[in-house]
Design a binder for this molecule. Structure first.
Ligand SMILES: O=C(O)COP(=O)(O)O
Ligand SMILES: [Mg+2]
Length: 219
């Protein structure tokens, strides 16, 4: 019986690409690089901010250690100024979290986004109080797809049967590495076709996730 649910953040609970894109655009403009559209940036999210910035530089002329360090600092500053201006929870997320919480499930977030930004975004969207545990990409020694963040979140929730809900190849690999069932949100920032994901459950409406988890939890 499922009692703990760990969620990915970007592309799963929140549609954050437009704020991320704005910070990328400001960074690329400051560096005199060509710009990237939101669809391109969407495909770069999910492996932490350093990988995101590295991919943006590689798509616009390449990078070395110094240019990556400079661009990462610019991006982080720009993103921290507007982390939740255009960002919104996906449709049905607020209601789904409220239902799961009242069904007695213990909820956590395990994201590769830095923890300070994660906390700021969850608070400003009114989502923070739903989660007993929130882990960011810099909370632990290793980030997803290493199993450490997912296994730590489950442990901090008190253990027991758990599932991981995510949107990307990184999340699919994290669940497999941790040996935790994967519930796949197909409406997020995946790069490969949805049909190619190995998942225990696939959904694109949060009502369907709630129905499945409440059935599992026996409520
Ligand atoms: O790549 C990031 O910074 C965060 O992405 P995630 O919330 O999907 O882990
Ligand atoms: Mg994601």
């Amino acid at each position: 019986m499922t009692r703990a649910v760990v969620f990915d953040l970007d592309g799963t609970l929140i549609d954050s690409v437009f704020d991320i894109h704005a910070a990328v655009a400001a960074t690329l403009a400051a560096l005199g690089r060509p710009t990237l559209d939101p669809a391109a940036v969407r495909g770069f999210v999910g492996d932490g901010v350093e990988k995101l910035v590295e991919r943006c530089l590689d798509a616009t002329g390449g990078h070395d250690t110094a240019s990556l360090r400079a661009a990462l600092a610019m991006f982080t500053r720009a993103y921290a100024e507007n982390p939740a201006t255009l960002t919104r929870p996906f449709e049905g997320v607020q209601q789904a979290l409220a239902r799961l919480d009242s069904a007695g499930l213990a909820l956590a977030v395990a994201t590769n986004k830095p923890i300070a930004l994660t906390e700021q975004i969850l608070a400003s969207l009114g989502l923070r109080q739903r989660f007993r545990v929130v882990l960011g990409g810099d909370s632990l020694e290793r980030m997803k797809p290493d199993p450490m963040p997912l296994l730590t979140a489950i442990k901090q929730l008190g253990g027991g049967a758990a599932v991981f809900v995510g949107d990307s190849e990184t999340d699919e690999a994290t669940a497999a590495n941790a040996g935790v069932p994967f519930h796949f949100f197909s409406g997020g920032y995946r790069r490969k076709p949805a049909a190619e994901f190995r998942a225990d459950f696939v959904f694109d409406r949060f009502e369907d996730l709630v129905e499945r988890l409440c059935a599992d939890a026996g409520t």
